[in-house]
Design a protein around this ligand. Structure first.
Ligand SMILES: Cc1ncc(COP(=O)(O)O)c(C=O)c1O
Length: 401
């Protein structure tokens, strides 16, 4: 049996929406993007949502909006995908990496130790779709208000560290009965090809800024800055008699095209109504299975505060080394099952090593990584395939350990 790791969910509704966009005479940013923004806002309750071409550029745009620049520090977990750190580096600031907890997410204690007068932003990452402890993070930010040194206009207006959630994995997750999208000041989702909701490539910035900010004004500012700082988008400009525009900011060109938004327009309602539940069912089936073997640590799923979006099934194997984990993966791959590892902690990657980050400073991130194997989890997986996966993993583990 051959089982891919994470194929996109493309049903007839997706094909219809994409065809509709292609035949409409307008394929770049326009009505489909507007519709996708409205859908994401509706399901996540975020007051304003701006779609862009990736979560990476969404993070960059949010950091730029806050005036983050060279000399500033942004606290991020060492256990994440490189994009979290790269977004910070692209705006010239320094990523301050901190260790994580056994649930894979950023350590609150480590954040507290890392805050300085140069800290402008904290980027918690909801690894695998499991929300971070936002109550504690937001409390910590309040406690450090005195230490905050505002420079830009938006920093003065906020008067504290910005909480910018990297929710690339966690659309549809919940924390204290609230959906991701309204748990922090700004939340960024990814719609990359392997994500729970995809537009092939894409991302969404959810604005949930407190007063005195006006989220709608900030949406218009960000929208303009995602389109070269141009006062009119191409759709508006293409209307008869509407040719004149101005460039008022040094913006980025990171808008989402309609033909890609069309995929998301079909996916978002389907996800919240059906496919998220299907993912949860598979996560729960895996948990039932792995709770019966003594070598497995199942990933977090649901507790009294949080509900995962079940983006990844991050299985850990007790008491194995990194090289044993790699051997297990090879055996699993030989049986046709594509698994993965999420994530190689950033200090293990050349770029970050060269910049002086050292994995010995992040022992929990390393421990989580060394024994982790991500199993396929997506709505198209049949019961038979799930059973084949659990049997294959068990055989591989038992032959190595
Ligand atoms: C944790 C995390 N943050 C950010 C990103 C970047 O997302 P995108 O590919 O949409 O830029 C990813 C992508 O995999 C990710 O896993």
């Amino acid at each position: 049996m051959k089982i891919p790791f994470s194929p996109p969910y493309i049903d007839q509704n997706v094909l219809n929406e994409v065809e509709d966009s292609l035949k409409s005479g307008w394929i770049t940013t326009g009505p489909k993007v507007k519709k996708l923004e409205a859908l994401v806002s509706n399901y996540t309750m975020a007051p304003e949502v701006l779609c862009v071409n990736s979560a990476t550029s969404g993070l960059m745009l949010a950091l730029t909006w806050f005036g983050v620049k060279k000399g500033d520090e942004v606290i991020i977990p060492a256990y994440t995908y490189a994009a979290t750190a790269l977004a910070v580096m692209h705006v010239g600031a320094t990523p301050v990496m901190v260790d994580v907890e056994a649930d894979f997410n950023i350590s609150i204690f480590a954040i507290q130790k890392a805050i300085t007068s140069r800290t402008k932003v904290i980027i918690p990452v909801d690894i695998a779709g499991w929300p971070c402890d936002y109550l504690l993070i937001n409390q910590l930010i309040q406690q450090h208000k005195e230490q905050f040194v505002p420079e830009s206009e938006n920093q003065k207006k906020l008067g504290r560290i910005l909480c910018l959630s990297d929710a690339a994995h966690s659309i549809g997750a919940q924390y204290k009965s609230k959906p991701t999208g309204i748990l922090t000041d700004i939340t960024v989702f990814s719609f990359h090809a392997v994500k729970n909701v995809t537009t092939a490539e894409g991302g969404a910035i959810c604005l949930n800024l407190p007063t005195p900010f006006n989220n709608t004004d900030e949406y218009h500012f960000l929208r303009c800055n995602s389109l070269n700082g141009q006062t009119k988008d191409a759709f508006t400009k293409s209307k008869a008699g509407s040719w004149k525009y101005d460039i008022i900011y040094q913006g980025f060109k990171i808008n989402m095209p309609d033909v890609l938004a069309a995929i998301g327009v079909a996916q978002v309602p389907r996800y919240f109504e059906t496919t998220l539940k299907e993912r949860k069912q598979i996560h729960s089936n895996y948990n039932d299975y792995f709770s019966k073997v003594n070598w497995a640590i199942a990933p977090p799923f649901e507790d009294k505060n949080s509900k995962s979006s079940c983006h990844l099934y991050a299985l850990r194997i007790k008491d194995i080394t990194e090289s044993q984990r790699d051997e297990i993966i090879e055996l699993i791959a030989n049986e046709g099952v594509a698994v993965n590892v999420h994530f190689q902690p950033l200090p293990l990657l050349s770029l970050f090593k060269e910049k002086g980050y050292n994995i010995v400073d992040f022992p929990i991130a390393y421990a989580n990584y060394a024994c982790e194997i991500s199993l396929p989890i997506y709505p198209q997986l049949t019961q038979k395939q799930q059973e084949y996966i659990t049997e294959t993993v068990t055989k591989a583990v038992e032959s190595i350990v």
